[in-house]
Write a protein that binds this ligand. Sequence first.
Ligand code: PRT
Ligand code: ZN
Length: 286
Amino acid sequence: MQTTIKIAIQKSGRLSDVSKSLLKECGIKIKNGKNQLIAPAVNYPANILYLRDDDIPQYVADGVADVGILGQNVVDETQAKILVAKKLGFSRCRLSLAIPKSENYTGLSFFQNKRIATSYPKILEKYLQKNGIQAELHKISGSVEIAPNIGLADGVCDIVSSGSTLFSNGLKEVEKVMDSEAVLVTNPNLNPKKQTIVDQLLFRIESVQTAQEFRYILLNAPNDKVQKITSILPGMKSPTIVPLVEEGWSSLHSVIRETDFWEIIDQLKTAGAEGILVMPVEKMIL
Ligand code: PRT
Ligand code: ZN
């Protein structure tokens, strides 16, 4: 019988669509039935399990799922025995302490003997302990930001992205407890056959991630400018140079880092480049 792996992703929420897109970019097509708990991949030896993100660590630790995609914040809070195999670079956020705007913040000692509402009591407890602060933690599973307004807490420890939720609830961010992003986790005791499939998945993810950093660039230039332009292009190797039908002109093709592009564009134009086209790269294997 063919070995398959189970990949757990969030059923609905912030990570749901991005996780599905990542699998799609890795060439994994999911046979989707609405409201299914589990769906097979059509062209890959995997089944997709749709779960609440908080349940993913335990499912992966127990081996019910082999792989999971979820936030590092949830991994750390659940403390399940799983391995973080890859940072995925999306759904970036931070877990922060915040207090009412009107309060004068004097440093972490502000929280000494105070009440803090949070959905992340384990991470917070560890953080406060490390910093020698004793506080009363109130575990709340949703709408943590309203706790100070209703007199339930003196401060909160919650996920922050743009900061607008804190702001609109009259709170200010005062300390960052941790940075977080989506990660791919695996069961630590995968059998060799499953490990091979997981390694293949990780390889595909790397190719997608690498491609996102690069752009394919095409430009035209008079032949006497080609050497100068080539020296400006920080390509992976030397660019491909193809003669144009128009006498004395060439087309240069290369791959550059997205971050380099804006820095060299003016230099390329000054050096005589024309008709510059920049395109996304879908997959890239270095
Ligand atoms: O139903 P289920 O349990 O599966 O989902 P959930 O409601 O627990 O999680 P969900 O979908 O809200 O978030 C999933 C993951 O996305 C989190 O565990 C984080 O890793 C990541 N993430 C990224 C965020 C945010 N950004 C985020 N902004 N998770 C939550 N928020 C919330 C935050 O709790 C606060 O209420 O958004 C608000 C703050 O956002 P700003 O932009 O106003 O600062
Ligand atoms: Zn959740």
